[in-house]
Ligand binder design. Structure first.
Ligand code: 13P
Ligand code: SF4
Length: 309
């Protein structure tokens, strides 16, 4: 039988031996967050992966994040503990349909949310994340129509905030579209002192009732800094681990999903486990690579994002 402490020790030893860095998204299991060198939202992790000198980048997140690290830092080996860790949002944007849209709409300036494949990034003008989307859209050329892809909810929210009309790709996240407006309203009624905080990937009906909207890091910082004591948190439940650690006196309620299920947990993010991390560090795989031609094209909009934000 392997104990959690043994796994923690193994990870620490292997990290040293392999000169590896572990980057973890907030939606990872608590034990994975606890062994990570950096925990962050998509923008923060992209920035860290660009600058690291480690020989091996272990991305405890999903496939598009590992691809992003490879594009930004191609001389490093990037591994993902479970190659099946995909993303419904990324899958909603197949490259063939995207190329078709571009061909039919050559004037469009294409702003793409980082939750997409490297092939889609390679066809985009600029990338954004949920923490810089407002800034990026404000900087887009005023004389061109915009396509915002692939998240329709984030796109609609950004459009309302910036006043910029845009065409939206009809993609969405299975986790952020799961929250129940009815159950949240009941919770608010029972906890009138609580604030609802939400990720902009949530549906409009949730966002219109939210007291604060932001990326995972922005939600975390809001909870830490706000004088409010109780929050209903409408994003993937993994974020509660850091929230509780950084703001131990606050009461956090995970926003309930429509069904009686654990649908507020991302099934892709949760494919990674501490055991798989140990195995990935031991074997140096599974590796995530991006073909050179795509990598070079995708780097341009990714670097533009980092410059604009
Ligand atoms: P952020 O952490 O950038 O807010 O992204 C949320 C998300 O859905 C990642 O898959
Ligand atoms: Fe994709 Fe949603 Fe999971 Fe994030 S939470 S990886 S957007 S399916």
């Amino acid at each position: 039988m392997i104990f959690l402490m043994d796994l923690f020790e193994k990870v620490a030893k292997l990290k040293k031996e392999k000169n590896a860095v572990i980057l973890a998204h907030y939606y990872q299991e608590p034990d994975i967050q606890d062994v990570a060198d950096y925990i962050g939202d998509s923008l923060e992790l992209a920035r860290v992966s660009q600058k690291t000198n480690a020989d091996l980048i272990l991305f405890a997140g999903v496939h598009f994040m590992a691809e992003g690290a490879k594009i930004l830092n191609p001389s490093r080996k990037v591994i993902l503990p479970d190659l099946r860790a995909g993303c419904s949002l990324s899958d909603s944007c197949p490259p063939e349909r995207f190329a078709q849209f571009k061909e039919n709409n050559p004037d469009h300036f294409i702003i793409t949310y980082i939750n997409c494949s490297a092939a889609i990034k390679a066809m985009s003008d600029v990338i954004c994340t949920s923490s810089n989307a407002l800034k990026i859209v404000e900087k887009a050329p005023k004389d061109r129509p915009i396509l915002f892809a692939p998240d329709r909810n984030l796109g609609r929210w950004v459009s309302e905030k910036t006043g910029r009309t845009m065409d939206y790709w009809q993609g969405s996240c299975i986790v952020h579209e799961t929250f129940s407006e009815k159950k949240i309203s009941q919770l608010k009624f029972l906890n009138p002192e609580a604030q609802l905080i939400a990720h902009p990937e949530c549906e409009q009906v949730i966002l219109k009732n939210a007291d604060f909207i932001g990326s995972t890091s922005q939600l975390l910082n809001y909870v830490i800094q706000s004088p409010v004591q109780k929050f209903i948190v409408a994003t993937e439940a993994g974020i509660l681990h850091q929230m509780q650690k950084k703001a131990p006196t606050k009461t956090l309620i995970a926003a309930p999903p429509n069904q009686n299920c654990a649908c507020n947990e991302c099934p892709f993010m949760k494919l990674n486990t501490l055991e798989k991390i140990v195995s990935a560090l031991e074997t140096g795989g599974p590796e995530v690579d991006v073909p050179l031609e795509i990598r070079e094209k995708a780097l341009i909009p990714l670097e533009r994002m980092l410059e604009w934000s």
